[in-house]
Design a protein around this ligand. Structure first.
Ligand code: MRU
Length: 345
């Protein structure tokens, strides 16, 4: 971490989240102590990134216990509301369900509340440990030398720890293997331009921002030795959903013999989703494409196609880095073995 944290847990009270919609110009923490407030913060990407969504979902359940009482019906209702906010990142739904189970195993009302806060705090600690292990495994990836390209934002802002793909990049930079990170701007919400460039600056890593549309020619020019991104859900066969545009980067990288990697904790693997076709893709509103903030540049009513994520087929992925090591294709057997172990923690 570099002096900022995207979430602070205040057991018995609520959480404070760094409002990522305001970055990089303003670092403002938002206090959340209602389920509706947590749901709004997730929907509007004030908190975002698959692993952080999982931690925030767990916190949302603890907040539900304080706000609405920790009875089974109130908690089940809160779980439904939190899970409905964003469908693609498997971490969110999985952590909300795990929190529900943790509460169900506790005795009375007071114990259930304590169990929910304990679960949320452990979720954040566990994520930090996972990030650190993942980064160590990833730094020796073949091709991670010279300059790498990443997409969207996968640093501490997206996990609460050191991050996933950006943590790997940071490790490779610290060990002198890479000299520069290219960051796509990541239209339409600009996670690359606003958040990744901010985090690269905080880490002291030289960063170069490019429009999404320039990535193909950059890769074709031979100036990028590897492409590495995070993931929101990795299916049982290794197909991986990530920020829209990732598939295009992987396809172009393959065309030019540049390795494309995913970096994700085991919590992002979904053994119950057989392949990418079954991954639910979040579609977002017209306002995000036809303008930004209050500014409009497209005529109203034209309609938009605005998926937040796309799926990269497993055959385009050279390796998947997780806290247990680097998986290589074919991914199916390795994912089955690892996710079975991960059920216990
Ligand atoms: O819509 P976002 O900003 O939540 O999308 C985030 C991503 O696509 C990240 O790459 C992914 O969650 C991995 S985060 C470590």
């Amino acid at each position: 971490m570099s002096g900022y944290t995207p979430i602070r847990i205040l057991p018995g009270e609520g959480i404070e989240v760094l409002d990522q919609t305001l970055l990089p110009h303003e670092e403002r923490y938002l206090r959340l102590d209602t389920v509706a407030g947590v749901a709004e913060a997730i929907r509007s990407l004030r908190v975002r990134g698959a692993p952080l969504l999982g931690v925030t979902g767990a916190c949302g359940m603890a907040i539900a216990g304080e706000e609405r009482g920790a009875g089974p019906e109130a908690l089940a209702q809160a779980a439904t509301e939190l899970k409905a906010t964003r469908p693609t990142a498997v971490d969110l739904g999985a952590m909300v369900d795990e929190a529900l189970t943790a509460a169900g195993e506790a005795g009375g009302e007071g114990e259930r509340r304590a169990a929910l806060w304990g679960f949320a705090e452990r979720a954040l600690t566990r994520q930090r440990e996972r990030d650190a292990a993942l980064a160590r495994h990833g730094r020796e990836l073949p091709g991670l030398e010279g300059a790498v390209l990443t997409h969207c934002n996968t640093g501490g802002l997206a996990t609460g720890g050191e991050g996933t793909a950006l943590a790997v990049i940071a490790e490779a930079w610290r060990s002198g293997r890479i000299e520069r990170c290219y960051a796509t701007e990541t239209r339409p919400l600009l996670q690359g331009a606003r958040l990744t460039m901010w985090e690269l600056g905080a880490l002291g890593i030289p960063g170069t921002l490019l429009p999404d549309t320039a990535a193909a020619s950059l890769i074709a020019s031979g100036q990028v030795s590897a492409v590495i991104t995070g993931a929101d859900r990795i299916a049982a066969n290794g197909d991986g959903a990530n920020k829209v545009g990732t598939y295009g980067l992987a396809a172009v990288a393959a065309r030019h013999g540049v390795p494309f990697y995913l970096a994700a904790p085991l919590s992002t693997f979904d053994a119950n989703t057989p392949s990418g076709e079954a991954i639910p893709i979040e579609f977002r509103g017209e306002d995000e494409v036809g303008g930004f903030g209050d500014e409009r540049w497209s005529p109203d009513g034209g309609g938009v196609y605005n998926p937040a994520f796309d799926v990269t087929p497993a055959e385009l992925i050279a390796g998947i880095v997780c806290e247990s090591g680097v998986l290589r294709p074919p991914y199916g057997p390795a994912i089955a073995a690892l996710t079975a172990q991960n059920v216990d923690g």
